[in-house]
Design a protein around this ligand. Structure first.
Ligand code: PRX
Length: 653
């Protein structure tokens, strides 16, 4: 086991500052007393069936009531067995039925500055039309639809349209390459791809349709491609008989299409994420449990009130966008802002300009963004009035105390609680987080578990660690939002999550719990790296590198990066090629083409050999040390030296 982010640990070990919420915040909070939290927590832990049964009856719409709350047969779980509901109904029809039809559901801003507002009534109409279009294309319950779109209302509409008819969406982040799209299409046997004819990113147009076309050459299961005309007059290749324009097909459909009553465990979506092997895994979430988890965690953690303007800056290509742009906030009747583009377009103050103009009250973003804002300078923040903000959130990786303090002081004006939310694609929603009305926060800690979450920090034999002792973070009881499997790979599901510590879900993170019962995440136990809050497997990047004809062997490790948290360092051995700048650039471009821009290595170093153990395992820890060092010239000699040291060390072991 490797304690990956020991640097991070050093930073947070001595963190003793405590920031209690203001009395004013506490007074109005959804969870406003420690007793209330303790009561919820105790009931969810001791009588989960009673607790979650009542939660589900109160917070979801049931076409048919469920007969059993939880059927737990390790490692398989079913929640709300026998019931019928629909996530699209919960997010739309239920809001309208509760009298919120005229409330704004989505506020959208495109990068060039266009703005649209859709009420719950508007969104309902758009989703019904899109669902009609899906039906017309022959999509039925259980079919997989890949969605590769910019952050537009139509992305949200597409997800909810799938949910409405029981189709399974697989959203692929619009920065992934054609190879990555094809892999995902094939793994899920997608029948339809929904895309757009481009998106704006830092003032440039990215031609998404061309990328999808390349992927479709290798995706035999895909029969049709539905294309949103995001950019008027953009020349777009369309294949007769396969490709259809959104405005021609969707906008002619009926404004009403009843939501299909679906069994609680009907698959809602697949979302691909990186594990410790090269092949991304399709994490499966189902309808009722996930929707309930997303909704209740949203309400608890973000202390949502009807007048809030809530902005989660994540893209729907990631789990945060699924749970906290779409399924959580909409099921809670929230007004959500979505923004298409880059945070520094046209200037480094774009986010603060948006907050000011729209009167954002809750902002949920990632530490990598906070670090970028710090580096761009306070003057861009100072230009704007951010006094509408009342709550700040952080997600994706640990937020180091320095960035936490800046976020609190500079963005939150010292008055907004910060909720540092720990969770994963697999958990479906937030698992540990401060509750803003009651939790005194410590910079760098995700503090305490939410009701229904029973965390355990254990060693390899499953024994619980003591106070402040690092160990593997596991979850000891099923919760409604947990993943139901890996698409098409039962064995990997069991091995990855349920085989290390019997009976417990293995998160893959290291953590420690302090004397106050606060949790501190200490990094991964596997070969997953976290680049700008996004998960990548080092092996995935290595596979991309070795698919280049000049590369014999590659080893990829994470290294500290000031903005991205972790950057990617690649060590490669080559054949029939010169170890020069040109090749280095070609390799970086190659990875970009194979996986996407976020996987492009920051450093590529050429070496004659890679340091290995006697059994042939690459000594990653050593490479991590080298990658973290000052030496970045790409000179091979250092590694050669280290390689010798590695051999010596190995002999001693
Ligand atoms: O290592 C943890 C880190 O991100 C991983 C989950 O990544 P992903 O499935 O892509 O989901 C990201 C959005 C939920 C975790 O295993 N991580 C996420 N949030 C935090 C975190 N590490 C520390 N503190 C957090 N708040």
């Amino acid at each position: 086991m490797s304690q990956t982010s020991s640097g991070h640990l050093d930073h947070v070990l001595n963190e003793e500052r405590l920031f209690p919420p203001s009395a004013e915040f506490t007074q109005q909070a959804v969870i406003g007393s420690r007793e209330q939290y303790e009561d919820l927590y105790r009931r969810a832990a001791e009588t989960p069936d009673e607790f979650w049964g009542a939660e589900a009856r109160e917070h979801l719409h049931w076409f048919q009531p469920f007969e059993q709350v939880c059927n737990w047969n390790t490692p398989h779980v079913e929640w709300f067995v026998g019931g019928k509901t629909n996530a699209s109904y919960n997010c739309l029809d239920l809001q309208i039925a509760s009298g919120h039809g005229d409330r704004v559901a989505l506020i959208w801003e495109g990068e060039p500055g266009e703005q649209r507002k859709l009420t719950y009534n508007d969104l309902h109409r758009e989703v019904c039309r899109a669902a009609g279009a899906l039906r017309q294309l022959g999509i039925t319950q259980g079919d997989v639809v890949s969605i590769y779109m910019p952050m537009t209302p139509e992305l949200v509409v597409s997800m909810l349209a799938c949910a409405r008819i029981g189709a399974i969406h697989s959203v692929i982040f619009a920065g992934f390459s054609s190879e990555a799209i094809a892999d995902r299409n094939n793994d899920a046997q997608a029948k339809l791809v929904i895309t757009a004819n481009g998106l704006y990113r830092r003032g440039k147009i990215l031609p998404l349709k061309e990328t999808v076309d390349e992927a479709l050459e290798k995706s035999p299961s895909v029969k049709n491609c539905l294309v949103l005309r995001r950019i008027a007059d953009q020349p777009t290749p369309m294949t007769e008989g396969r490709d259809l324009w959104w405005d021609e097909l969707v906008e002619t459909q009926s404004d009403d299409m009843p939501a299909e009553p679906l069994d609680s465990e009907t698959p809602l979506f697949i979302l691909y994420t990186s594990g410790s092997t090269g092949k991304p895994k399709g994490i499966l979430h189902t309808t009722a449990g996930y929707n309930l988890w997303a909704k209740r965690t949203f309400q608890w953690v973000f202390d949502h009130r009807p007048n809030d303007v809530y902005w989660c800056t994540a893209d729907c290509g990631w789990i945060t966008g699924h749970s906290y742009v779409v399924y959580g906030p909409l099921a809670a009747g929230a007004t959500c802002l979505i923004y298409e583009g880059a945070p520094n377009q046209p200037g480094p103050d774009r986010f603060w300009d948006i907050v000011e103009r729209h009167g954002v009250t809750i902002l949920y973003t990632a530490p990598t963004a906070v670090r970028a804002f710090i580096s761009w300078g306070d003057e861009h923040v100072d230009k704007h009035d951010l006094s509408t903000l009342r709550l700040l959130g952080s997600v994706g990786e640990g937020i180091n105390p320095k960035a936490w303090m800046w976020y609190r002081e500079k963005i939150g004006g010292g008055r907004c609680p910060i909720v540092d939310t720990w969770w994963q694609t697999e958990t479906g929603g937030i698992m540990m987080s401060p509750l803003p009305g009651i939790t005194a926060t410590k910079p760098g800690s995700c503090t305490q578990p939410l009701p229904g979450v029973i965390p355990k920090v254990v060693d390899e034999s499953g024994h619980e660690m003591g106070v402040d002792e690092g160990g593997m973070l596991c979850i000891a009881q099923p919760w409604p939002g947990m993943l139901r499997g890996i698409w098409g790979d039962e064995q990997r599901y069991v091995e990855q999550y349920w085989s290390t510590v019997p009976g417990m879900y293995l998160t893959g993170d290291n953590a420690r719990c302090d004397k106050d019962g606060y949790y501190w995440i200490m990094g991964r136990i596997d070969d997953v790296i976290n680049v700008a809050g996004h998960r990548l497997s080092t092996i995935e990047v290595e596979s991309a590198l070795v698919s280049h004809p000049s590369v014999c062997e590659a080893a990829v490790v994470g290294r500290p990066h000031e903005i991205k948290g972790q950057g990617i360092a690649a060590f490669v051995t080559i054949r029939d090629a010169e170890p020069d700048e040109k090749l280095r650039d070609a390799l970086r471009q190659h990875v970009r083409k194979e996986i996407g821009a976020l996987a492009q290595p920051d450093d590529v170093r050429f070496t004659a050999s890679l340091p290995k153990t006697r059994s042939g395992k690459i000594m990653r820890r050593l490479l991590r040390d080298i990658a973290a060092g000052e030496e970045t010239s790409g000179d091979t000699s250092t590694l050669e030296d280290y390689s010798v040291i590695a051999k010596l060390r190995n002999d001693e072991e």
